[in-house]
Design a protein around this ligand. Structure first.
Ligand SMILES: [Zn+2]
Length: 156
């Protein structure tokens, strides 16, 4: 009951990528020497880590801000998850890591191949060695771009 009060605005940091945390236990952990401690630090976007992100957001006040740092694929997946929690673009800051990789999901053998963000639009599949054409279609569920055989039409 009490008077309406505006909660202090809070920023939640979610970081993705291998260097986000070095394997020492869950999200917080001790980082003496640095004052930066992300609320959520995970290796990559996955159904499990995205659920943890949603849990954090669902417990947060309305008006919270979210900063997501990491490779593009993870950022896009996290942004989608945050949107499902009702966050809007203005509440999110996306920090793309320039040296990030994108993941490509092979439509033929269902393997996921990692490729440098800046490389060409074709990549050899790590599973079936098909040369994949990387589509701009990004699957939230897979946190990966979809790849199709690049030369299927020529062969037909
Ligand atoms: Zn494949």
């Amino acid at each position: 009951m009490g008077p309406m009060s505006t909660p202090p605005s809070r920023t939640i940091y979610a970081t993705f990528g291998a260097e986000a945390h070095s394997g020492a236990g869950p999200e917080t952990g001790h980082q003496s020497g640095t004052e930066f401690r992300p609320d959520l630090a995970v290796g990559q976007a996955s159904p499990d880590s995205l659920k943890r992100l949603k849990d954090v957001l669902n417990q947060a006040y309305v008006g919270v801000r979210l900063v997501i740092a990491g490779p593009s694929a993870d950022i896009l997946a996290a942004r989608a998850a945050a949107a499902e929690c009702g966050m809007v673009e203005e509440e999110m800051t996306l920090l793309h890591r320039v040296d990030g990789h994108r993941r490509v999901f092979c439509a033929h053998c269902r393997a996921t191949t990692s490729m440098p963000e800046a490389s060409a639009h074709e990549i050899g599949c790590s599973g079936c060695a098909t040369v994949l054409s990387v589509s701009e279609h990004f699957s939230r569920r897979l946190a990966a771009h979809l790849g199709y055989a690049a030369h299927a039409e020529e062969a037909a």
